[in-house]
Design a protein around this ligand. Structure first.
Ligand code: ADP
Ligand code: MG
Length: 262
């Protein structure tokens, strides 16, 4: 019979050859567990492989999250739906399944400043990275700067094709700064190139009716909105700024006696 030490050496060798070094550690640990619990050989093999797959998926998701350029990590779990009574949890739960990404449809988050548009866009983006999609986040101005760079270098078409490899592009703050005509044009090309190919999440503090002012042209704005909303979930957030309101609540003198049960 081959000695345990020799077998361990072989496992180490094979794990390294397969570029799965974590198997070396989990194989030994799970072998003890398997002996104690009387697992079948198949159960043991499945357990070892599942640890490796889980670890790979987690590190892939983390790599994609880092590459996405989120301004902060925000999750759907952190989102307080009580502050948005008009927003259906099911709507967000459905978006969180990532079905919109496989359908190459879009999400538009509209609402006043501070109502959680960037938070939700980021949380859905983070979710997308966990589901295996590549994601890029930037403000509308950031995207225009990037596209201008590509345009000036004569490689705009190549850049738009490259960007299609990202399952999700997030465009935050459409409308904070109005676009010059060439910027509006570049933005239009971004939207067109993704139409029915890959998803966009857009956030804006302006209603669609006012996007004409942003793009300097009602016709361009309408054509763009048309392409965006043809396959889209439009989510409208309402009310006052979350932080401002919570800050006010915190700093208001308490009108209730102390130690009242919630
Ligand atoms: P917007 O992009 O609409 O201006 P943000 O998403 O940047 O607003 O929200 C401002 C801050 O308030 C962020 O720190 C965000 O995490 C927080 N916030 C906003 N709405 C909520 C909410 N409903 N639940 C939890 N945090 C929220
Ligand atoms: Mg924002």
């Amino acid at each position: 019979m081959t000695g345990t030490r020799e077998i361990t050496g072989q496992i180490e060798y094979y794990a390294r050859a397969m570029k799965a070094p974590r198997i070396r550690e989990s194989a030994a640990r799970l072998a003890d567990q398997a002996r104690e619990a009387g697992w079948s050989h198949e159960e043991y093999l499945a357990a070892v492989l599942s640890r490796e797959v889980a670890a790979r998926e987690a590190s892939g998701a983390e790599t994609r999250a880092k590459a996405a350029g989120f301004p902060a990590r925000k999750s759907l779990e952190d989102f307080n739906f009580d502050h948005q009574p008009g927003l259906k949890r099911e709507t967000i739960a459905h978006l969180a399944t990532g079905a919109f990404l496989t359908e190459a449809s879009n999400v538009v988050l509209l609402g006043p400043p501070g109502t959680g548009k960037t938070h939700l866009a980021t949380a859905l983006g983070l979710r997308a990275t966990q589901l295996g999609h590549r994601v890029l986040f930037a403000t509308a101005t950031g995207w225009v700067t990037r596209l201008q760079g590509a345009h000036q270098a004569g490689r705009l078409p190549a850049e738009l094709i490259r960007l299609r490899r990202y399952g999700l592009i997030i465009v935050d703050e459409v409308g904070y700064i109005p676009f010059e005509q060439d910027a509006a044009n570049l933005f239009f090309q971004l939207v067109s190139s993704r139409y029915e190919h890959a998803s966009l999440i857009l956030t804006s503090n302006l209603s669609f009716a006012r996007w004409g002012d942003v793009f300097g042209d009602q016709v361009v704005a309408s054509a763009m909105i048309d392409r965006i909303v043809h396959h889209a979930e439009v989510v409208t957030l309402k009310g006052s700024s979350y932080r401002l309101r919570n800050h006010q609540i915190e700093s208001l003198p308490s009108t209730r006696p102390e130690n009242t049960a919630e």
